[in-house]
Ligand binder design. Structure first.
Ligand SMILES: Nc1ncnc2c1ncn2[C@@H]1O[C@H](COP(=O)(O)OP(=O)(O)O)[C@@H](O)[C@H]1O
Ligand SMILES: [Mg+2]
Length: 414
């Protein structure tokens, strides 16, 4: 008998199930997953992009800051003065060079208008710039407290934005003192060269007849009695001829183009030898001669003959300034990389107005002076790459300083 458990005869029951909701659920799940993945992907992508973006923004921000700082530093350290004035006439910017050229303290500029801060000769130029619209260049002299009268090249221009609207004025200042000093030096050299040619011509033509006149004056003088008026007149002639001869010699010396014969020379020896020459003259004028020589001085590379001439000219001027006796002091010391010679007297002194003129050729306050002594001194010192200056108090005395550098001394006297 067939059993219900028999595999072959087992009854089969078919149950019909609707799978659509299941499939729908699977599909929804899939869609949900896709949406989620897409959202996650998009969020991730947005995150990466914004990360990149923010990095880029930070980098460009930093770059902008660097560029701004660089531009500000560049403008601040330009060797030209920059002043920016806005259209309400307020000073918006002034770099260090402009401040020091005009002797203005930057803290005094804040919230001030240009006409309150800038010297009139500079500020009034904006009107001309207004009229022209374009840049305008002009040379002016400003009197700053720090450096006295200074020649300045001024450029004024109007500033406009991209839309063409007027924003303010830009002033550019350039210090011309070095250029002017150089021009002066070149002009002096040219004048000297012309003078040299002229002087040697005069010397040639004048000296020979002069020596004959001197000889005859001496001869005629000897024909008269000693102490007589005629004898005195003849002596005066001889003295005057000597003076003319001295002027010619000094002029030749001043204008002569010469090479320096540089040799290692101990400064001490220079002082001793040069003082020996004037000691007698000084003593008879009631002048005490004092010397202070630093024992550690190195040898200097200079032309001993021509440098002795520098010292002698300074001594002679010093002696001539002490009509009633006094002290002539020569002090030689080391000052950083130079040797400093100081020749001081206790004589009449030089007034501040006269001081700038003393090195000019033919400047003299003496009846029998040639005015060439200090011009020669100046030229020889310059030839040694040195510097000369003076300090003086009228009625108290004068000190001339000559500084000779230890290096780079070889140069031709122009
Ligand atoms: N030590 C000094 N003391 C006072 N005045 C001086 C001194 N040295 C130079 N000077 C002034 O400088 C002028 C020019 O000097 P210098 O060129 O040597 O020519 P000079 O001696 O022929 O006058 C002098 O006439 C004098 O007025
Ligand atoms: Mg002199």
């Amino acid at each position: 008998m067939p059993s219900a458990l028999d595999a072959e005869n087992r009854p089969v029951m078919f149950i019909g199930m609707d799978v659509r909701p299941f499939e729908q659920a699977v599909t929804e799940d899939l869609q949900h997953n896709i949406v989620m993945i897409t959202i996650v992907f998009l969020v991730g992508l947005a995150g990466i992009i914004s990360l990149f973006w923010s990095r880029k923004v930070i980098r460009s921000h930093r770059l902008l800051q660097d560029t701004r700082a660089f531009a500000a530093e560049t403008i601040a350290s330009l060797p030209m003065g920059i002043i920016i004035v806005d259209k309400r006439r307020h000073i918006r910017y002034m770099n260090d060079t402009a401040c020091s050229l005009l002797g203005i303290n930057i803290s005094a500029v804040t919230d001030k208008t240009a006409d309150e801060v800038l010297p009139e000769e500079i500020w009034h130029l904006h009107k001309i710039a207004d009229a022209h619209g374009k840049g305008l260049e002009k040379e002016i002299v400003v009197n700053s407290e720090n450096s006295g009268p200074t020649p300045i090249s001024m450029m004024v221009t109007n500033i406009f934005d991209q839309a063409g609207e007027f924003l303010g004025f830009l002033f550019i200042l350039k210090d011309l003192s070095q250029i002017r000093a150089l021009e002066l030096k070149i002009r002096r050299k040219e004048r000297l060269a012309a003078l040299g040619t002229l002087a040697s011509g005069i010397a040639h033509e004048v000296r020979n007849p002069l020596s004959s006149i001197k000889g005859y004056a001496g001869f005629f003088g000897s024909l008269f009695e000693a102490g007589s008026d005629n004898r005195k007149a003849a002596q005066l002639m001889v003295e005057e001829i000597d003076r003319v001869d001295r002027v010619i010699s000094e002029l030749l010396e001043f204008a002569r183009p010469a090479d320096l014969q540089l040799r290692p020379t101990p400064p001490e020896l220079l002082i001793k030898n040069s003082l020996r020459i004037i000691r007698h003259e000084a003593q008879s004028a009631g002048i005490r001669v004092k010397e202070k020589i630093d024992v550690r001085l190195p040898e200097l590379h200079l032309d001993p003959d021509r440098f002795s001439q520098v010292l002698l000219n300074l001594y002679i001027n010093a002696i001539q300034s002490m009509k009633h006796g006094g002290d002539l002091t020569v002090d030689v010391s080391m000052k950083r990389d130079a040797v400093l010679f100081a020749v001081s007297d206790t004589g009449e002194g030089i007034s501040p107005e006269d001081q700038p003129a003393v090195f000019n050729p033919y400047y003299t306050t003496k009846k029998k002076g040639t005015g060439l002594g200090l011009a020669i001194v100046h030229k020889i010192v310059e030839g040694h790459n040195g510097a000369i200056w003076l300090e003086s108090a009228p009625g108290k005395g004068t000190t001339f300083f000559v500084s000779i550098p230890l290096k780079k001394q070889q140069r031709k006297v122009p």
